[in-house]
Design a protein around this ligand. Structure first.
Ligand code: NAD
Length: 496
């Protein structure tokens, strides 16, 4: 489907048009004529097109999923997991190609893309392990009577993913959902459909039967059709808070189970006893990695007391970064303007620009913003409380730890929170008090590695539990409780 990858380096490459994949066939949308450009953010040029699907394509995908589900759900779990062993091997063999493709459509640096694909491989590995951890629970509750929990597939389920991790985020959902025996409809971001298409091709090569995984391209109309479809049993979503909240409500109103992860405004608290080099390296990597377009990226640094020596080290490191080489572009021209607006607004409101990424340039036509550090930001400024989703660090100064925790907890988001300190006591106090689902102690991007579950609190996540790890398996399956009397006993009890 996608032409053999040939580009080396960052030269511009054009790819085939993105289409739907239904019942194991690449196909055009049934009725929608909407076609959009897929832009390479490094050059601002169209590298492909995407044919946007509609409601009738969702219907077709549901029918294909239902047909495939009949057989797939009957495969032993060990056989279903075998697909992930093969997928992992195929992803490793195609690591370079997957990483370059991702880099082209998303704009990430090659190293960042490779790290994403490697994290996707780790998620696939978790799928391999599910038969061992997912054996169910059994207990003899009375003499000769057992109760057992069996994990059953739900049927046809759906997942919608954002632009920033088109390889990894689908793999947050697919191992648990597919090894659990479901058929899946995946909707990639229309901005980056190609990486997900290549992943779907590899699933086919790994032996996944036709119709078990279907791809519908598109935007809001497809997402709404997935929420509304009466025969889709569960709905997973990862994206911005505004959309996560809306689709959680919409899918739940149709009786679907839904888990929808949203945006973030992650706070890093730095106290004077923090290790300077560890803190500075971590903070810089956290706020500018993937050009700040990570839901786990540092956004606010709360400076407790006098930590000027640490801020100076952060500024020195950030100022040395070369745009285009150390920092990739942001996703669109609209995103570049939005980020610049936050910087301009904060400066106008009294913030001091310590490192200024405005006007940064690398390859012509690309959407560039350099690392930016704003000092003396207040929690009321938009740069101090809203998700910027760019390489911008806002410093809020406070006199003590209590005020730092108060500011952090007043923010509606609750994805990640980090503390930089060499004091165990301080670390523990922060970890026990902050309103965040994922916490780091001297770690700037505290993504829980498999088998731990990924998920934020408050406005960063709607629905119960985490999307990865064991919670993910529970989300994509239903639990049947079976009580068995193994022998006809003489002695009677209430269970007889
Ligand atoms: P987005 O919300 O704009 O889009 C996400 C998905 O929803 C896409 O597939 C898109 O086509 C679809 N969509 C967009 N608008 C819609 C609408 N009005 N109705 C229905 N569907 C719609 O997000 P994005 O810009 O692709 O990704 C960036 C956002 O995702 C950031 O806010 C980031 O924090 C968040 N994110 C969160 C996590 C997490 O785990 N919490 C992980 C990655 C990204």
């Amino acid at each position: 489907m996608i032409p053999k990858f040939t580009a080396k380096g960052y030269e511009f490459t054009e790819f085939a048009t993105a289409r739907n994949y239904i019942a194991g066939e690449w196909c055009d949308p049934l009725t929608s004529k909407d076609v959009q450009d897929v832009l390479n953010p490094r050059h601002g040029k169209a590298m492909s097109k995407v044919k946007m699907g509609g409601k009738d394509d969702v219907d077709a995908a549901v029918r294909a999923g239902e047909a495939a589900f009949k057989d797939w759900s009957q495969w032993p779990i060990r056989d279903r997991a075998q697909v992930f062993y093969k997928l992992k091997t195929l992803m490793e063999a195609n690591l370079e190609e997957l990483s370059w493709l991702l880099s082209h459509e998303n704009g990430k640096l090659f190293g960042e893309s490779k790290a994403e694909v490697e994290k996707g491989i780790e998620c696939a590995e978790y799928g391999c392990s599910l038969p061992n951890v997912g054996a169910g629970e059994k207990l003899e509750v009375s003499r000769g009577v057992t109760c057992e929990v069996v994990y059953n597939a739900l049927g046809v389920v759906a997942g919608v993913v954002p632009f920033n991790f088109p390889n990894m985020v689908p793999l947050w959902m697919l191992p648990q959902a597919l090894v659990g025996g479901n058929a899946f409809i995946l909707k990639p971001s229309e901005r980056v459909p190609l990486s997900t298409m290549r992943l779907v091709e590899l699933f086919g090569e790994a032996g996944l039967p036709k119709g078990v995984l279907n791809l519908v391209q598109g935007g809001q109309p497809v997402v709404e059709a997935l929420c509304d479809h009466p025969r889709i049993k569960a709905f997973g979503f990862v994206g911005s808070t505004k959309v996560a909240k809306a689709v959680y409500g919409r899918a739940s109103s149709h009786g679907k189970r839904a888990l929808c992860l949203g945006g973030a405004k992650n706070h890093l608290i730095v106290v004077p006893d923090a290790d300077v080099a560890v803190t500075a390296d971590n903070v810089v990597a956290s706020f500018m990695g993937c050009a700040g377009q990570r839901c786990m990226a540092a956004s606010v640094l709360i400076a407790v007391g006098n930590v000027d020596h640490i801020i100076q080290a952060i500024v020195e490191r950030a100022a040395k970064l070369v745009v285009g080489k150390d920092v990739g572009p942001v996703t669109t021209e609209a995103a570049r303007k939005r980020i610049q607006g936050y910087i301009d607004g904060a400066e106008k409101a009294g913030a001091k620009v310590l490192v200024d990424g405005r006007g940064a340039k690398a390859d012509a036509g690309g959407y560039w913003v350099g690392p930016t550090i704003l000092d003396n930001v207040t929690p009321e400024m938009p740069a101090g409380c809203e998700e910027i989703f760019g390489p911008v660090l806002s410093i809020i100064r406070v006199p003590n730890l209590e005020r730092a925790i108060e500011i952090e907890n007043a923010n509606p988001y609750g994805n990640a929170s980090c503390i930089y300190t060499t004091s165990g006591d301080v670390a523990r106090r922060v970890m026990e008090s902050v309103e965040a689902g994922m916490c780091g102690v001297n770690v700037g991007v505290p993504v829980p590695r498999e088998p731990f579950g990924f998920g934020g609190w408050n406005d960063s996540g709607f629905g119960a539990g985490n999307i990865t790890g064991w919670d993910g398996y529970r989300f994509w399956t239903r639990q049947r409780k079976v009580t068995t009397k193994w022998s006809l006993q003489k002695d009677q009890n209430w269970m007889s």
